[in-house]
Write a protein that binds this ligand. Sequence first.
Ligand code: FPP
Length: 284
Amino acid sequence: MQATVPAGLDRKEAEVYLRLDSKRLPRHIAIIMDGNGRWARRRHLPRIAGHRAGVSSVRSTVETAAHIGIPALTLYAFSEENWKKRPASEVSFLMGLLCRYLKAEVPTLNKNNIRLEYIGRLHELPPSVQEKMQWAREATAHNAGMVLTLALNYSARTELVDAFRSIVDAAARNGGLSHLEIDEDAVSRHLYTRHLPDPDLVVRTSGEMRLSNFLLWQLAYAEIYVTPTLWPEFRGVHLLEGIEEYQKRERRYGGLAGDASQAHSSDHPRTRVSAPHAVKTGRS
Ligand code: FPP
């Protein structure tokens, strides 16, 4: 049980936080933000109103995660499929929203010691958006607290294709394909997320029971928490409820019940967040 509440939590968050074991917080939480369109439809508003409202949820969730000391948070903001299959007007609205978010949030990210990263095929995004993203990344690069990673134009299958190509390219540069060595660590080292531990917890809003091509390799042992709450209504307190549920689960990594050596993620490989470095996100 927990005695003190970190600064910055509101009353409802503090109530849930006091039920958590602060020594068993997830090292990395990944969130599939879903339900913006349904939130808007229920209010007879255009879909973009749901995306706009979703920014407040991003802000609340990011701040709460940072306040309680979560080392890494990854948000699925924009899938490759969203990019290719949604109307151009919605895509363009989302790009503008992202740029406005970055401009407005950098001071708060700095205040909360949060470092911003991105994953996805970033080079396919509009150049003006890439510039803004690079600016925000550089403006937060000195922060040593939580790593906030935005998945943009992201697809897990594409990430794996890019990783396999990167492994083959690296072998070709280092003496040819006879030097090709592939094991699980090699694949992990060539993923966009190589600077991150695998997520311990994945949260999906709006009740859908799918991973939707998100971090398929990295989520192999993650606990899945699905909440019916639509993303625009999701707040830090809902994240804490997800963590509470996570702490009730028994993680076995394929072992047997009650095996203490597997009881917490800190005992499992790939749990460290790396120091800032020039991460190659997507194919260059
Ligand atoms: C899924 O809802 C959500 C998205 C495709 C976009 C997510 C964007 C935001 C939360 C706002 C901006 C984010 C940042 C980081 C600034 P949906 O449209 O698929 O909802 P539906 O399933 O109800 O139609």
